[in-house]
Design a protein around this ligand. Sequence first.
Ligand code: S3P
Length: 192
Amino acid sequence: MDRKISVIQYFRVRNIYLVGFMGAGKSSVGAALAARRGHRFIDLDERLRERFEASILEIFAVHGEGGFRTAETDELAHCADEQGVVVATGGGTFCIGANREIICGSKGVSVYLDLPWKELDRRLAVDNRGRPKYDNAEQARRLYEERQPEYRHADVVIALEGSEDPDEVADKVLEALQARSSHRFRSEGGEV
Ligand code: S3P
């Protein structure tokens, strides 16, 4: 089996989970990535909005963060039942051990979109409505720092500046995944 076949198999079988802080562009990059591969795209927050027929803010207001997180884990488990999908997670999803286990246990590949705080701060300053985990820049920065070690559990870390458009980021993700799948192909005797 040559390298190209191993990479194709990798995408057919494995789900790709984009993780990272609010404002990192998980949804737009996820859509671009899925379009490039001809795969289905799932936005986890969108699944939750459909499930509750409510906005994320309303879900937090009515069910509390606990209710939101329980449903989030449940929807994530549904995603893990599927094959070859690209999933944009919410900013807190990957910070919960049980969620990481679902992703890892289902042989999903997690990809952290790692943007500098300065860029996230700039984005969130103009786009924080509807985000219950954002109160102000200071609080959001603390949350970002607290979450860094969790995000770094991801299989692949894509260091970004924030100036890249979603297609460029999708290309970087694909390159990183190709490098990873060829490495695994070599080290695991053909299994990707
Ligand atoms: C959250 C991020 C949101 C959404 C919810 C909780 C978080 O997703 O899941 O408001 O805990 O950071 P985005 O990262 O898409 O904003």
